[in-house]
Ligand binder design. Structure first.
Ligand code: GRF
Length: 199
C-alpha cells in the first residue's frame, strides 16, 4: 500500500504518521513549500520527499494539476493532508474522492478555517479538540472519521491550548489512517462507519 502525506510546514502530524508503523509499503511526503521544516524530518525518517513549489505556478488550477500528476505516478491508496496550507480546487478533491483525509484543530463542524485556538479562547468555549475527516469541496466540512476532545482551562493561552490539542492530533491521525488502510472505514454520503473487523 502507498500513503502520500502533503505538508507545508512543521510536519509534526506527518512525523506522527511516519512513526506509527502503519501497514504501508511506502510513504511519500510532498510539500508545496521548499522551506518546510517537515521535509527535513521526513528525509531523516527515510521517507521519499518531493517539493512542488506553488510559487512556480500562475494559479491554483495549474498547481493542483501538477500536484495531481505527481501523486498519480504513485497510485496512492490514501492522501493525508497534514498541515497542508493550500486550498485545493474542486477538481483535485473530486479526483481523490474517498481517499483524501485532513486533520483539523477543532471539533468540527465548530470552528472551520484558520486560528481555531484563538477563536475558541475569544468565544469562551470550554471544550475544544481536533477532527480527522474526509475532504470534500466545502472547506473543513467532510465526513468525520474520529475526534478527540480536550478541556479549555481559564488560564490557557493560544500556545498551551494548541499544545494540548496537538498531542491529541498525533494520536488520532495515525489511528484514522490505520483504520483506512485496514479497510475498516465505510463511508456513506455524509457518515463514516468503522468496522470492528477487516472487511
Ligand atoms: C495542525 O494543527 C493541523 O491540525 C493543522 O495544521 C497544523 C499543522 O501542524 N491542519 P504540523 O505541521 O502537523 O506540525
Amino acid at each position: 500500500k502507498t500513503l502520500i502525506i502533503l505538508i507545508s510546514g512543521r510536519g509534526s502530524n506527518m512525523r506522527a504518521l511516519l512513526e506509527a508503523r502503519l501497514p504501508v509499503d511506502r510513504i511519500i511526503v510532498i510539500s508545496n513549500n521548499p522551506a518546510a521544516e517537515g521535509l527535513q524530518t521526513a528525509a531523516t525518517k527515510g521517507a521519499q520527499t518531493i517539493c512542488i513549489n506553488h510559487h512556480a505556478f500562475s494559479d491554483r488550477t495549474t498547481f493542483d494539476s501538477a500536484l495531481a500528476d505527481e501523486i498519480d505516478r504513485y497510485q496512492p491508496d490514501l492522501i493525508a493532508l497534514a498541515g497542508f496550507m493550500r486550498i485545493l480546487t474542486d477538481d483535485f478533491v473530486f479526483r481523490y474522492h474517498r481517499r483524501l483525509m485532513n486533520i483539523h484543530p477543532s471539533l468540527l463542524p465548530a470552528f472551520p478555517g484558520l486560528h481555531t485556538h484563538k477563536r475558541v479562547l475569544d468565544d469562551g468555549v470550554k471544550i475544544h479538540g481536533c477532527t480527522v475527516h474526509f475532504v470534500t469541496p466545502k472547506l473543513d466540512h467532510g465526513p468525520i472519521v474520529i475526534q478527540a476532545a480536550v478541556p479549555v482551562f481559564p488560564n490557557d493561552t493560544e500556545k498551551t491550548l494548541a499544545d494540548r490539542v496537538l498531542k491529541q492530533e498525533h494520536r488520532i491521525y495515525p489511528q484514522a489512517v490505520r483504520w483506512f488502510l485496514q479497510g475498516r472505514i465505510r463511508l456513506t454520503e455524509n457518515t463514516v462507519f468503522i468496522a470492528d473487523t477487516c472487511v
